[in-house]
Design a binder for this molecule. Sequence first.
Ligand code: ADP
Ligand code: MG
Length: 320
Amino acid sequence: DELISQIAAGEVVERPASVVRELVDNALDAGATQVTLRLLAGGVRLVCVEDDGCGIARAELPVALKRHATSKIASLGDLESVGTMGFRGEALAAIASVSELSLLSRTAEESSAYLLDARSGELRPAARSVGTTVEVKELFFSTPARRKFLKTDSTELAHCVEAVRRHALARPEVGFAIWHEGRLVEQWRATPRWEQRLADVLGADFLEASVAVDWRAGPLRVWGRAGLPDAARARGDQQWTWVNGRYVRDKVLAHAARSAYEDVLHGQRQPVYALSLEIDPAQVDVNVHPTKIEVRFRDGRAVHQVVRHAIENALAAPRA
Ligand code: ADP
Ligand code: MG
């Protein structure tokens, strides 16, 4: 089982940023309103994620580390309509198999928090307010071959920050803070306004050099910001897309966006945009890849058409 976990870990955990992504997923699934990350050495020596979510009951702590012991899906049918970020129940088990992991958690019903050390299995009372702290130390310490593939601390840190940015852009109502080696590197305060979060995370320049996208076609909705040519100068050539709140990289979406830019702003090769697609969950398969970063649409043509129209419409609209 240890071996199976380590193999699964290879698919889920590539670098510290993969740990960050999974732990922040879990914090958001737990209903956190504030998520704080503490990193050492680009996350290789420590990724610690603290949240104020619902917590994990004492009896559930050991269960949370078992493979496929997710609390989030009750049946295979649920896979069709997953509303939570996590649903495979293998992230914590996988991470624990390639690191020194501990869970410190407290629910509202309990008078104490409990700390579980994954390696020793020791479970003891500890102190903290309601919520969860997951500590992941010395990633890949037992698999030096894997550790060798990691880049410099500053590169790994940049990947970690990008992993949080993808969550932060999708969830403005949640506050995020990232500390590295005791220094605050990013802080995004909770806000009810998505545009505010966008300006906080990507810069006011990007917001100014972009247009609003908001397009509905039946049950599909595409919304966000599409960068004008100046946006690339403000923000490099980055594209962010989410499907039902989950960050994804998808060929259909990327191609639709590229076509729209080619049509309206001829020659704009590397457009910058941040776009969300809302779609009936039954129309999209999120269970394609262990990291859940890829999706498959039932009707890719329809999605392509709507996304392309949405962006073309926004780019072509007269601007003040
Ligand atoms: P999944 O998210 O796919 O269910 P994980 O391995 O990521 O699987 O987590 C296992 C379980 O541990 C979750 O289903 C959840 O019950 C619990 N859990 C993990 N992290 C947290 C957290 N930050 N707050 C509350 N519960 C958590
Ligand atoms: Mg999870």
